[in-house]
Write a protein that binds this ligand. Structure first.
Ligand code: C2E
Ligand code: MG
Ligand code: MG
Ligand code: MG
Length: 276
């Protein structure tokens, strides 16, 4: 047991903190090993066209198949991967795998890949993306990169340069979780995104909540007038689906259509969905 040294709470031995530090260290060691052993897999969640109901894209969502802990969700390891720099190799694996898998899908289905703000600090990001496209043979216009507002907070010049290079390569750029960050509107003026994904938090209260309904409709109008495609995320119920489809958005994504699925199940889902 550490003795109180009178220098304040931060110096005292704290068993709870100590075990959190231990848990984090062991998770970090596991994560390093997992990258070498490729313990990750991508699940795909369909995006459907709001008018035709057809599947036009799928979002790649990474999962970690931990040998003892089972399937771990990205919320539980992406932040650690970002803090430790492991997001670099992990993000590269995600990009390469998503491009390679999507290259075998029907050509009308695009693939969306999430990028961490940390990946944007790497000046080689655009080259990494082009290399993943070249290695897979996937056409650039079938790849969409999803970024959050956090990307635009740091080193704006550099970020805009990277986004511009990605755009020039023919890749689509989507603003994810739109409406949850700061000064979303000024970002729309500074960079012309191809797509806005309306955050799920606005959808939760639909269709009953008048304020949420007004906000969702306003974002759809705004994005559409700026020439952007609008996807509404997190649509869970038939009522939410009916509301969003009627509100003029372009695409719908959420549990109501499908949960994220392992790649083979995703492809079966596409077949069944087309047949229906
Ligand atoms: P996101 O990019 O906003 O992805 C959407 C999240 O919402 C996914 O969670 C998805 O499973 C979930 N979702 C989809 N439809 C519904 C719905 O109807 N209801 C509810 N309640 N949730 C729904 P997931 O897979 O746990 O991913 C969480 C976040 O982790 C993602 O949010 C993204 O920010 C991050 N992430 C996932 N994969 C990657 C990756 O490969 N790289 C990076 N950098 N981040 C990733
Ligand atoms: Mg996303
Ligand atoms: Mg999102
Ligand atoms: Mg999110």
């Amino acid at each position: 047991k550490a003795k109180a040294d009178g220098k304040g709470a931060f110096r005292r031995f704290d068993p709870a903190l100590e075990s959190r530090v231990q848990a984090r260290r062991s998770l970090e060691a596991d994560l390093r090993r997992a990258i070498v052993l490729q313990e990750f897999e991508l699940h795909y969640q369909p995006l459907v066209d709001a008018r035709s109901g057809r599947i036009t894209a799928a979002e790649a969502l990474v999962r970690w198949r931990h040998p003892e802990r089972g399937l771990i969700s990205p919320a539980d390891f992406i932040p650690l991967a970002e803090e430790t720099g492991l997001i670099g190799p992990l993000g590269q694996w995600v990009l390469r795998t998503a491009c390679a898998q999507a290259a075998r899908w029907p050509a009308r289905i695009r693939v969306a890949v999430n990028l961490s703000p940390v990946q944007f600090r790497d000046l080689r990001l655009a080259e990494t993306v082009k290399a993943a496209l070249a290695a897979s043979g996937l056409a650039a216009d079938r790849l969409e990169l999803e970024i959050t507002e956090g990307v635009l907070l740091a080193d704006e010049e550099r970020t805009l340069a990277t986004l511009t290079r990605l755009r020039a390569a023919g890749v689509g750029i989507s603003m994810d979780d739109f409406g949850t960050g700061y000064s979303s509107l000024s970002y729309l003026r500074r960079f012309p995104f191809d797509k806005i994904k309306v955050d799920q938090s606005f959808v939760r209260q639909l269709p009953g909540d008048a304020e949420s309904a007004t906000i969702v409709r306003a974002i759809i109008t705004l994005g559409t007038c700026l020439g952007m495609t609008i996807t509404v995320e997190g649509v869970e119920t038939a009522e939410q689906f009916a509301f969003t489809a009627a509100s003029g958005c372009d695409q719908v994504q959420g549990y109501h259509v499908s949960r994220p699925l392992p790649v083979a199940e995703f492809l079966s889902f596409v077949d069944a969905h087309e047949a229906a």
